[in-house]
Design a protein around this ligand. Structure first.
Ligand SMILES: Nc1ncnc2c1ncn2[C@@H]1O[C@H](COP(=O)(O)OP(=O)(O)OP(=O)(O)O)[C@@H](O)[C@H]1O
Length: 449
């Protein structure tokens, strides 16, 4: 992205001559800059740091800290911050020294407003590029972390990863369907982080919390004259980024219509701009219910559905990709251990049995809570007592047995004969047990076996 139109051109001005400072600030404001005037270098240091998006224009000759010392302080803090020095004739050698040390430019007084604006424009463009590259680098580092977080080797997960990589490139809107806790938001974030929009924001909107009465206040911002219109309020942050509409089916049809109109025609008013610009959004919406059924039942408006569903991805329930449970559990344990700064207790047969026999109706979220309880040494089975009333010994034995069979099948790569040998079970007993526990050897076969 090389278009910096939306980046405010921010200039911090430093001069001990109050009249000159006021005149410069005025001239620059007329030229469309945002200005921050300061009467001394000491005062102008406040609030500056590597995240500050502007450039600095400073007089050289000032009482107290002079422009040269000021530049050195700024350069030590952020070597890529453009500092332009304003010099009189006598200060040129000092300005040249500053240039050698990395000052952006120096300008000799007196100088015209056009010359000043041209130099500051160049500096602002260079600053915008630096800021954008930093954001990109940060996003890339996060992407690397994110990718390792998409755990799972099941065929469906591999397929999903391929789809995510493809969709990240295409950049169209899309719809994610899958039960609660199956990883929709995680996938949406992964797509954003791998897309060209990664340096911009991922804005999460929980549709459930959108209420008719607050819709205008939240999403219809004010235009320059203070009138409310199609100028986006909260959505503005998502400009050139990704807007994640979590639980689109939770919106009333009336609000769906308003949201659709907004995402198709919203504008926003960049700081310092003379006119609003169209908002550039990639929308990823999620639903816990099959979207086509929602449309049939009249819960989801067809026009909104068509706008979003150029591509629809379906995320399976965890029970439909059981072979990922153990990997995910290990991952969640490491994550919880690091977060809570504790070592996880070792795995035990009861935990293994639970992992392979439980149905995980709360999907990855439930598994994650289970892992966290395990890390904390809590009686983790109590995390979902309502869906597992049989906590007696015989149930534990059943769970244990089912866990051992699944583990043997996993180790045997889904080969039933090898698994039954490992367990030293006769063929008929082995197959009876598979039926009783609802286990399918094929689920444990690797992609190439
Ligand atoms: N493939 C994955 N690898 C590792 N962790 C994951 C993966 N997918 C999801 N998670 C984790 O599982 C939990 C639930 O995922 P997420 O919030 O993305 O689900 P969701 O479908 O958006 O849930 P809901 O429908 O309730 O909003 C989160 O803690 C997330 O970090």
């Amino acid at each position: 992205m090389t278009d910096h139109d939306d980046t405010p051109r921010l200039v911090r001005l430093v001069d001990d001559d109050a009249d000159l400072l006021a005149a410069q600030a005025q001239a620059l404001r007329v030229a469309g800059f945002l200005t921050e005037p300061f009467a001394s270098a000491e005062a102008a240091l406040s609030g500056l740091g590597p995240d500050w998006p502007g450039v600095v224009l400073s007089d050289v000759r000032m009482p107290g800290m002079d422009g040269f010392a000021f530049f050195q302080r700024l350069h030590a803090m952020d070597p890529e911050l453009p500092v332009i020095l304003l010099t009189g004739h006598a200060d040129v050698p000092m300005a040249v020294a500053a240039l050698k040390q990395g000052a952006y430019d120096f300008l000799s007084k007196p100088l015209g407003a056009d010359q000043l604006a041209a130099a500051l424009n160049r500096a602002c463009q260079s600053r915008a590029l630096v800021m954008e590259n930093r954001a990109l680098r940060r996003a890339q580092q996060e992407t690397a972390a994110e990718e390792t977080r998409l755990i799972g080797q099941s065929a469906v997960m591999q397929h999903l990863r391929d789809a995510i990589a493809r969709l990240a490139e295409t950049g169209g809107d899309l719809l994610l369907a899958g039960p609660g806790g199956s990883g929709k938001e995680t996938v949406a974030r992964a797509i954003h982080r791998q897309s060209a929009r990664r340096a911009r924001a991922f804005v999460h909107i929980a549709c459930e919390t959108l209420k008719e009465a607050r819709f205008d206040a939240e999403f219809m911002g004010l235009d320059a004259a203070g009138r409310q219109g199609r100028v986006a309020g909260r959505l503005e942050k998502a400009h050139r980024g990704t807007l994640y509409l979590d639980g689109i089916d939770r919106l009333s049809p009336a609000l769906q219509a308003r949201l659709l109109a907004l995402i198709e025609g919203a504008e926003f008013w960049p700081m310092g701009a003379a006119a609003p610009r169209p908002l550039d959004l990639r929308v990823i919406a999620s639903t816990g219910v099959d979207p086509e059924r929602l449309v049939r039942d009249g819960v989801l408006r067809a026009d909104l559905y068509y706008r979003l569903s150029g591509v629809a991805l379906h995320l399976p329930a965890l029970a439909d990709r059981r072979e990922d449970v153990l990997d995910l559990f290990r991952h969640f344990i490491l994550e919880a251990g690091a977060r809570l700064k504790v070592h996880a207790p070792p795995m035990n047969p009861a935990i293994r049995a639970r992992l392979s026999s439980h149905d995980w109706p709360g999907n990855l979220r439930e598994l994650r809570q289970f892992a966290e309880a395990h890390v904390l040494g809590l009686p983790a089975f109590d995390t979902a007592p309502e869906d597992d009333p049989a906590q007696g010994l015989s149930q534990m034995v059943q769970d244990y047995e089912s866990g051992l069979i699944r583990e043997a099948l996993r180790l045997a790569g889904g080969n039933a004969t090898r698994a039954m040998e490992r367990l030293q079970l006769p063929r008929k007993t082995f197959y009876d047990k598979l039926t009783r526990h609802g286990i399918k050897p094929a689920d444990y076969r690797g992609p190439d076996s």
